[in-house]
Design a protein around this ligand. Structure first.
Ligand code: FDP
Length: 281
């Protein structure tokens, strides 16, 4: 595996993030299209996917590009596979709240298990634009501005004392087992839920705690996509010393059956994820 290819992918995403952020202005409306998961796309979803597809697929050593916003894998040569959620939490565009771009680089053709990831990370479009990047068991946080990537924290680890939690899905749709777990957690931690996985996971990485979008009654697979959301976030949180789980095992160990397959996602403090798995048994 070439370090140059990974550096090419990360620097391309970092540079594009500044442009994507600027390009959100005037693109907050809905497109007339649905993504492969049946969700209405925002104009910005389609546009950000086009920008990243064109640039990432042009990198020598990238063999595949896939995204939450397009049905099929784009074959672009020999080499690593890049999976992207171009705008995670794009329903937050309307209310002008935080969103992100998520990416994972796999050393196998897609769909691939999280154990095939060689690097992953995300960009958070908050008051400032930051990038969290995990590779070889180490996580680094950068600030992005004007195409530059400035390191702000090396060896990011999940704080030992958990402070915050954020759980997705409507409470009446939670299973009894997950609700019992949530009741325990809400008496111990502070609620932080903004509706964009990246924003909510970044709070967990900053303050310590747990994020989940669980399997729901009538929708046991939950909402988040394995290739584009569950795996990259599981990889980042595990590299930061936390745990990920689909309810039974690390999200990274889930065998993919389809490119747009969904998976229940629980990530954060190891002890809190152990307790979750005990509850869901
Ligand atoms: P969105 O639909 O806005 O793209 O990717 C799915 C996602 O956002 C996640 O970012 C977020 O955690 C979740 O959906 C929010 O779902 P709810 O609206 O059900 O809370």
């Amino acid at each position: 595996m070439s370090d140059d290819v990974l550096e090419g992918v990360v620097s391309t995403i970092a540079r594009s993030a500044t442009e994507i952020r600027q390009g959100l202005v005037g693109r907050r409306g809905k497109a007339d299209t649905e993504n492969p998961s049946g969700e209405t796309q925002a104009e910005a979803d389609v546009w950000a996917d086009d920008v990243l597809a064109e640039r990432l697929s042009a990198i020598d050593g990238v063999g595949e590009y896939a995204s939450e916003e397009r049905t099929a894998v784009l074959e672009c040569g020999e080499g690593l596979s890049v999976a992207v959620d171009p705008l995670d939490g794009s329903s937050n565009l309307e209310s002008n709240n935080a969103m992100g771009t998520v990416f994972a680089v796999y050393e196998e053709p897609l769909p691939a298990p999280g154990t095939a990831i060689v690097a992953a990370g995300y960009v958070l479009y908050g008051p400032i634009t930051t990038m969290m990047y995990a590779r070889d068991g180490r996580v680094t946080e950068y600030e992005l501005g004007g195409g530059e990537r400035t390191t702000v924290r090396e060896d990011v680890t999940l704080p030992e004392t958990p402070i915050v939690y954020g759980f997705g899905g409507r409470v009446p749709d939670w299973t009894d087992e997950f609700e019992a777990y949530a009741r325990e957690i809400e008496s111990e931690l502070k609620l932080r839920y903004g509706g964009a996985m990246i924003g909510d996971v970044n709070q967990v990485l900053t303050y310590g705690g747990v994020f989940a979008y669980p399997g729901l009654e009538g929708r046991p697979e939950g909402k988040l996509r394995l290739q584009f959301e569950g795996n990259p976030i599981g990889y980042v949180v595990e590299a930061a010393g936390g745990r990920s789980s689909d309810g039974e095992r690390s999200v990274l160990e889930v065998e993919p059956e389809g490119l747009h397959q969904r998976v229940p996602v629980h990530v954060g403090d190891g002890e809190l994820i152990d307790r979750l798995e005990d509850r869901l048994e």
